[in-house]
Design a protein around this ligand. Structure first.
Ligand code: ADP
Ligand code: MG
Length: 708
């Protein structure tokens, strides 16, 4: 990071708040260890550890105004206390305040307690209101007798709502409350949490100051809109979420700028190769493909590295777009590398690219599989010598021994399987005396626009928002496993009509071995049930060459039913396959199911997808399967996936450190994102030195990740 414009005084202020939490009163090593479990290391962390919910102990609620589920303070006079001997002895105490009566129910009690709850005693209670056989009830409420001097409702009440924090074993709410009180007190002295959002920005976005927001969230005043707070939509919470999103956004922008500062070869190919490819294709490019290709060509002509993400639903024809970019690089005299997440997909790309590019005279070679074989060494040598123009591989492309002669373009397919650092590692490999390759990243997981703006703020985004003509939507049915036999008959019918089918076995447990076993068993069963059909098997534990043989046979129509594990999820393309059966579909995520289903409906005939599930379905499971039945729009599915699973899962960035949000919630706070984008521009223009401390506050060590 550059800190040239960074002021030492600010650094000092920041350091005060990031001082260890042991600086707070009452925090010894034991408490510190417990706090660590919650991710709390500093005084500042205490302030960003926000309440889960609130209790309202600020006022007494008339019993007559209570509803079930409320947590409230009530006051009343004991009418009757009795002991019941049912299955378990129970102490019941009826109290009344003139507006209604309510029963206090105790399963654990002692004689002293019982005697204290005499008729006529006035009590103040706090608890959750439940239904009871006769009146509303509180089970084991907190309570204390009111003294004779304390008039009704006049005894001391809390002055703010009571925060309830997420906690961990051995850490009491009272300790957390005590720590936040101390940390909040520091806010008012000058060593508090620094305000990095300029006043102009705060007022234009109508956000409270950081200190005000923190005070409000930890200690909401009497009458605060609890519903809004519980929903995380209060302006004070939104202010914090906003700052967090802004910090993430700034860090990605910084990453982008860092890459942009490097040089890249400006590629000005005449375009003859691509014209030749187009002439050889049996179809026309869609308008969306043409548009995205034009965007890529414009990027390639610049003397700085392209960083473009192409999003396109399954089957939208991303491979061809990648081929256009590859041809541009090669025609301009550079090498191109295409990286796929799995061997199977790399092999398929090799076939496609081979079929398209070899007739144009290009040398296309794989780089996958085991290192240290002779063939592999020869491939590496040809690449280093520049004899190979296009290399297609997996993670193997990262290996140290792999050197390029003149790498002009890196294409990364299915980006969410690779972390940002992996992507940049390959990019670094292409460094030739300070000149770096262009990068094209392709993802079949359509990401809602708002999420893309945040998660991919380091990339330009192109969208292929159109499928090739003639595609028919895939009819999707959801059936319980008990109807498996009917499904087998359906497979038979499809294959008799000259079509092919996939039968996908999903994870039985978190074990690939078991999944492969299940697929093997299923293949045996289906062969027995369908003696006239040719059933084959492909799974992740087979050798690359064996998989290749099976896939090639399926593609050639020599296999009717392909039993597979989820290895076929990504990218496999067999247009004559019109039926897909997915077993235990409830175990898979929405995006993965959508990807799998995208394997059918690639030809012009009507296709179907049968989702078999094992009852009972969880609520989430039901929602997922219903979503698939209702829509085939990848963007809509991504939006719902985001709702069901949250962004970490959707982006596959859980481990990467990116978008590990503490406060913001990308589905809840989507509306903030365009504002964040605008605020980032404003901040970088007018207060560029505020960016670094903001990033450090929210991303901490993870921010170093941006140091490319
Ligand atoms: P994805 O975007 O999922 O990677 P692919 O690139 O595998 O999709 O393309 C899916 C199928 O559509 C392939 O068989 C490909 O040859 C074909 N295809 C690509 N572009 C077009 C087009 N413009 N018209 C018709 N078919 C196309
Ligand atoms: Mg693809």
């Amino acid at each position: 990071m550059t800190h040239s414009s960074f002021q030492p005084a600010r650094e000092a202020a920041l350091a005060a708040m990031s001082a260890p939490v042991t600086g707070l009163k009452g925090v010894g090593p034991r408490l510190a260890a417990r706090l660590e479990r919650l991710g709390i290391f500093s005084a500042q962390d205490v302030l960003f550890h926000l309440p889960l919910r609130y209790q309202d102990r600020t006022r007494v609620v008339p019993i007559g105004a209570l509803s079930v589920g409320d947590e409230a303070v009530i006051e009343g006079e004991v009418q009757l206390t009795e002991l019941r001997y049912g299955k378990r002895p129970t102490l019941l105490s009826r109290i009344s305040d003139g507006t209604g009566s309510l029963t206090l129910r105790f399963f654990h009690f002692n004689a002293k307690q019982r005697d204290a709850l005499q008729r006529g005693v006035r009590l103040r209670c706090y608890g959750e209101v439940r239904t009871g056989p006769v009146t509303l009830e509180m089970v084991h409420p907190e309570y204390r007798p009111l003294l004779a001097a304390e008039d009704e409702g006049a005894a001391q009440m809390e002055e703010t709502l009571t925060p309830i924090y997420p906690t961990t074993e051995g850490l009491h709410q009272l300790s957390l409350r005590n720590l936040t009180t101390q940390a909040l007190a520091r806010l008012s002295t000058d060593e508090g949490v620094e305000e990095w959002l300029p006043a102009a920005l705060l007022s234009s976005f109508r956000l409270p100051s950081l200190a005000a927001a923190l005070r409000y969230v930890h200690r909401p005043p009497v009458g605060a809109p609890v519903d809004l707070l519980l929903a995380g939509r209060h302006p004070a919470q939104q202010r914090l979420a906003f700052e967090e999103l802004l910090a993430h956004h700034l860090s990605l922008r910084q990453l982008r700028e860092r890459v942009q500062r490097h040089r890249a070869p400006a590629l000005h190919p005449p375009g003859d190769l691509f014209s030749a490819l187009q002439a050889a294709l049996p179809f026309q490019l869609t308008a969306a493909q043409q548009r995205v290709i034009a965007e890529i060509r414009a990027d390639l002509q610049r003397a700085h590295p392209m960083q473009r993400l192409v999003q396109g639903d399954v089957g939208s024809g991303k491979t061809l777009v990648a081929a256009a970019a590859v041809l541009a690089a090669v025609e301009a005299g550079y090498q191109a590398a295409v990286m796929a997440p799995t061997e199977l997909l790399a092999e398929q790309h090799l076939r496609n690219f081979g079929a398209w590019l070899a007739p144009l005279g290009l040398a296309v070679e794989p780089l996958t599989g085991k290192p240290k074989t002779k063939a592999r060494a020869a491939a590496v040598a040809r690449l280093a010598a520049g004899e190979t123009q296009v290399t297609i591989g997996t993670h193997a492309l990262f290996q140290d021994e792999v050197r390029f002669n003149k790498l002009g373009l890196v294409v990364i397919d299915e980006q969410h399987r690779f972390g940002v650092h992996q992507r940049l590692a390959l990019w670094e490999k292409g460094n030739r005396g300070g000149e770096y390759p262009h990068q094209l990243i392709m993802t079949a997981t359509p990401i809602p626009r708002t999420l893309a703006m945040t998660a991919y703020a380091d990339l330009d985004v192109s969208v292929i928002d159109e499928l090739p003509p003639g595609r028919q939507p895939v009819e999707t049915v959801v059936l319980p496993g008990s109807r498996r036999d009917e499904v087998v008959q359906r497979v038979l019918a499809a294959c008799r009509a000259g079509r092919q089918a996939y039968w996908v076995c999903t994870l039985i447990e978190e074990s690939e071995a078991l999944q492969c076993q299940a697929a093997e068993d299923t293949a045996v069963q289906l062969s027995a049930a369908l003696p006239d059909l040719r059933v084959a098997l492909v799974h992740g534990r087979m050798k690359g060459a064996d998989k290749e043989v099976v896939m090639a046979a399926f593609k050639a129509g020599e296999v009717d039913v392909l039993v597979a594990t989820t290895v076929i999820e990504v990218g496999v393309d067999v247009p004559n396959a019109s039926l897909m059966v997915i077993e235990n579909a409830e175990r898979l995520g929405l995006a993965q199911l959508h990807q799998l289903r995208g394997r059918v409906g690639r030809g012009t005939q009507k296709s179907a997808c049968v989702l078999l599930y094992q009852p009972p379905l969880s609520r989430q499971g039901r929602a997922r399967l219903a979503s698939l039945r209702e829509t085939s729009d990848g963007f809509e599915i991504a939006r719902r996936d985001l709702e069901i699973r949250g962004p970490g899962e959707v982006l596959g960035t859980r481990q990467s450190g990116l978008l590990q949000l503490k406060i913001a919630d990308l589905s809840r706070d989507q509306d903030l994102i365009p504002k964040v984008d605008a605020a980032a521009r404003q901040l970088l223009r007018d207060y560029p030195d505020h960016a670094a401390p903001l990033i450090r506050r929210w991303l901490g060590e993870a921010a170093r990740f941006g140091d490319v």
